[in-house]
Design a protein around this ligand. Structure first.
Ligand SMILES: [Zn+2]
Length: 217
């Protein structure tokens, strides 16, 4: 998916107006190069034909989708943040109607305001993924098991998606296994956070097992 629309944009420096193709939606699972392009701030960056300065054009709605990761980010302009609830409600009404018509499944979006907030979110996700990969190796070397949990749950609770556990899948062993992983590599901050989250919420280990992704990964 690449969605675009032609709009009249005006240069943020000299005010000159010109027509430009605005990207309003991308799927980075289908077009992986677009993710780098986005992270470098190149999406909807234009050069004014009059004064040649570069400027960023903020669309009223930008959909960033990663089907492989089950992620849909809906990015509103930063200025919408003060009226967030109203904009989210309006969006939900529109999309639910459209999707019902097409009979498609509704992927719960993450709502974000401004380009930077999506960039920060994606950087955080990438960091989580790298730490998860390292943790999986540590688990193997320590004779621990690990399991993946559903991404929407991990995102909602801000916890790791790969959870260490001792063999036998006893939820009570998630906490000590997590600490073991962290003590093995104290750069894995997301595992320190996971241990803290468990110590605050005693129900979390059982909840994690409930959202375990089926099958071996
Ligand atoms: Zn200009």
């Amino acid at each position: 998916m690449i969605e675009q629309s032609t709009e009249t944009v005006s240069c943020s420096k000299c005010g000159a107006e010109f027509e430009a193709d605005i990207l309003t939606g991308i799927d980075v699972a289908l077009y992986p190069e677009l993710k780098d392009f986005f992270m470098q701030g190149m999406v909807n960056m234009f050069q004014c034909p009059e004064c040649e300065s570069f400027f960023y054009y903020e669309p009223t709605l930008f959909a960033y989708q990663d089907i492989k990761e089950g992620f849909l980010g809906i990015v509103f302009p930063l200025s919408y943040e003060k009226d967030a609830d109203r904009h989210i409600k309006k969006f939900r009404e529109g999309i639910t109607a459209a999707l019902n018509e097409e009979g498609k499944e509704y992927l719960e979006p993450v709502f974000l305001f401004g380009y930077q907030s999506l960039k920060d979110f994606l950087e955080f996700e990438d960091k989580m993924e790298i730490e998860a990969e390292i943790a999986e190796h540590i688990c193997k070397s320590l004779g621990l098991d690990s399991f993946k949990i559903e991404l929407p749950f991990a995102r909602k609770h801000g916890v790791q998606r790969v959870i260490p556990i001792q063999r036998g899948l006893d939820p009570n062993t998630i906490y000590p296994a997590t600490l073991e992983v962290y003590n093995h590599n104290q750069q894995l901050n997301s595992y320190l956070s996971l241990a803290k989250a468990i110590s605050i919420n005693k129900d979390l280990p059982a909840m994690l097992l409930k959202v375990k992704v089926r099958g071996r990964h």
